[in-house]
Design a protein around this ligand. Structure first.
Ligand SMILES: [Zn+2]
Length: 142
């Protein structure tokens, strides 16, 4: 009997360990997926930068004001930067880290006070990721 008990304890801890490994590799997949999304947005930004450059040059050559067109492209860049910011927050959430709202260093998500500056931290709900992915799906339907 005693042997059976300890055996079941061992198998339990083994399967716990295995599920941790699965969780970790899922996290890594999630993080690389999010990083890939950032790469795509960065490429879109590069295209917009080129477009702005062309507009500025055309405006210079033709002496036609293209302020509105340039403004629109800059607004697009701001939107893309916002998207990147959101994705970076998601990555932090998966990694279980956050940035101190005062000094900006990366700290554990459950830390109440910043070890660097002592600033009190707002509590972050650990299952935020569902909310984040919901908001991304909303964005896609727009
Ligand atoms: Zn701090």
């Amino acid at each position: 009997m005693a042997f059976k008990d300890s055996f079941s304890k061992i198998t339990k801890s083994l399967s716990d360990g295995a599920s941790n490994v699965v969780q970790k590799s899922n996290d890594l997949i999630e993080i690389s997926k999010l990083n890939a999304e950032i790469d795509i947005i960065e490429k879109k930004k590069e295209i917009i930068y080129l477009g702005i450059g062309k507009l500025v040059y055309n405006s210079y050559i033709t002496k036609v004001e293209l302020k509105e067109e340039i403004k629109n492209k800059c607004d697009d860049l701001i939107e893309y930067d916002e998207e990147i910011k959101k994705i970076r927050e998601q990555i932090f959430n998966v990694k279980k880290i956050k940035k101190c709202s005062n000094c900006g260093i990366k700290i554990d998500i459950d830390t109440s006070f910043c070890p660097n500056c002592g600033n009190k931290q707002e509590l972050v709900k650990s299952n935020n990721s569902a909310e984040f992915s919901d908001s991304i799906e909303d964005d896609d339907t727009l």
